[in-house]
Design a protein around this ligand. Structure first.
Ligand SMILES: Cc1cc2nc3c(=O)[nH]c(=O)nc-3n(C[C@H](O)[C@H](O)[C@H](O)COP(=O)(O)OP(=O)(O)OC[C@H]3O[C@@H](n4cnc5c(N)ncnc54)[C@H](O)[C@@H]3O)c2cc1C
Length: 469
């Protein structure tokens, strides 16, 4: 079945990047279609399935703000425009009080004693050396402020924009280097082709793990994937799709023996809160507005390698009088992983990118040891058990859920990249990748804000390119 209406721009995937890019494109007045395989995410946008047990007009994502914001260096204008829509706050509770803040209190004194200082991560995002801050949250009017709530609404207000949920993009339909449409599978399993206008473009924004699958199925990727998806595909474009997967590795350091009372947030605090906290939440206040992190920090590291490394972290009271530090290896990360596609069409992470290189392991070890050494100083207000070592902590490395790089950008088609500086896939006329997949490095900070800013900037460049294809 072929759907007849042709679009100037089709965006595949309505996540952080896809929403921002589609909204930017819709500002041009051209016909934009945003396709998302999932359903609505917020109660206010139609998700009535996953409501909170204590509030049946809200999903967890509306109530629990857990996305914090880090403004990356550069791309200033796109960042400024985005932050106008989605401002951050580091005082989540509307009554101006901080609740359950003992973990911030004790950890800040622990860091101050070791030469760190407090910063405001929203006012001074460039401060990244021996600094800590109250977490910055994306909250407005008492609710989590998301691209779905703000930026998607701006696009929906334009007649040229449409959104289809339950629409999984299987592949780009290509004639040689030119994409002419997409094949989509609907929630009921039916398939159809949606055409692009003669001078249209496809922007893939299915996320770092799914964008490679869309590209493989479109006949774009490493030769090793040809046998798996070759059926019906001609004009294979050989590019290292799925390679260069990157992520923040996370080490958990548990500091015990706090000599002061640091009460842990109870496990039921969010799923079944007290009436007092529900009443406070009704006034956009209290512990339910704050999620569970209490302090964020950033610094660079000294290592014996030539790479410049940095770490960031989040702090919470993991148990009573126990501080749990999640340490993320950020800037400098060199380890690369890989995703590929299985014969039944699923994404498979064949190589994990976490601490694969000796340099990354040394850097993470240095970061962990920095905190262990602080905690072993004679007068430290936080202490650590004698038998805890960096080696043991590194055996339990976790994912920072900040995956990037499977269609990475470079200035030339040198065998290591998939897209050019306009995010256009090498060897194609009108196929772009605008999500976390194209990012060549992990940021010194979390990924969502840099991904949205880069997607906004990419969409502007794509609009400007229009006359060239
Ligand atoms: C548990 C968790 C916690 C996180 N916490 C933070 C945080 O606190 N701060 C932060 O900055 N970042 C955080 N991140 C990372 C952040 O969510 C991602 O970096 C960001 O969402 C990536 O944006 P994206 O647009 O590249 O991909 P995504 O946001 O993943 O968007 C991809 C979209 O495409 C859709 N899709 C996939 N395949 C198809 C297809 N074939 N057809 C149509 N649609 C498709 C998906 O359903 C999805 O909606 C977290 C991630 C996780 C998993």
């Amino acid at each position: 079945q072929v759907e007849q209406s042709a679009y100037d721009y089709i965006v595949a995937g309505a996540g952080a990047a896809g929403i921002v890019a589609a909204e930017q494109l819709s500002q041009s007045g051209r016909k934009v279609l945003l396709l998302e395989r999932g359903g609505p995410s917020l109660y206010s946008t139609g998700n009535t399935q996953q409501v909170l047990t204590w509030n049946d007009t809200m999903t967890t994502y509306e109530a629990r703000p857990s996305w914090h914001w880090d403004v990356p260096k550069g791309i200033a204008q796109a960042a400024a425009e985005l932050y106008e829509h989605l401002p951050g706050t580091n005082l989540a509770s509307e009554d101006g009080k901080r609740y359950d803040d003992a973990a911030f209190d004790i950890t800040s004194r622990f860091l101050l004693a070791n030469g760190w200082s407090e910063t405001d991560a929203i006012k001074d995002p460039e401060a990244k050396e021996l600094v800590y801050a109250h977490p910055a949250w994306s909250i407005a009017n008492g609710l989590r402020d998301t691209p779905v709530r703000k930026i998607l609404d701006a696009a929906k207000a334009r007649a040229c924009f449409s959104l289809q949920l339950g629409a999984k993009v299987l592949r780009a339909i290509r004639t040689g280097s030119k994409v002419t449409g997409v094949e989509v599978e609907r929630a009921d399993g039916t398939r159809e082709i949606i055409p692009l206008a003669e001078d249209g473009a496809l922007l893939v924004a299915a996320g770092t793990h799914s964008t490679p699958r869309v590209l493989f199925n479109s006949g774009i990727g490493p030769a090793a994937q040809i046998d798996i998806v070759a059926g019906g595909t001609t004009n294979w474009i050989e590019l290292p799709v799925g390679r260069s997967l990157k992520n923040h590795a996370v080490a958990t350091i548990t500091l015990t023996g706090a000599k002061e009372n640091v009460p842990a947030l109870h496990a039921t605090a969010f799923p079944s809160p007290s009436q007092e906290n529900i009443d406070l939440f009704a006034h956009s206040s209290g512990v339910l507005m704050q999620s569970s992190q209490r302090l964020n920090f950033w610094t660079s590291l000294n290592t014996t390698t030539t790479r410049q490394y940095a770490v960031q972290g989040t702090v919470r009271a993991g148990a009573n009088s126990t501080i749990s530090i999640q340490l993320y290896l950020t800037h400098g990360t060199s380890s690369l992983g890989e995703v590929s596609i299985t014969p039944d069409g699923k994404t498979n992470m064949t190589i994990s990118p976490l601490l694969r290189s000796a340099e990354d392991r040394e850097a993470m070890s240095a970061g962990v040891n920095m905190f262990l050494e602080y905690a072993r100083l004679p007068d430290s207000i936080l202490t650590v058990a004698d038998n805890v070592t960096a080696e043991a902590i590194l055996t339990k490395i976790a994912s920072g859920a900040h995956n990037l790089g499977t269609a990475q950008m470079r200035v030339s088609n040198d065998g290591k990249s998939v897209v050019d500086e306009d995010t256009k896939v090498w060897g194609t006329d009108n196929l772009f990748v605008v999500d976390g997949s194209f990012h060549p490095k992990v940021p010194t900070g979390n990924t969502q804000a840099p991904i949205m800013i880069a997607a906004k900037y990419a969409a502007k460049r794509i609009l400007a390119l229009r006359r060239d294809w």
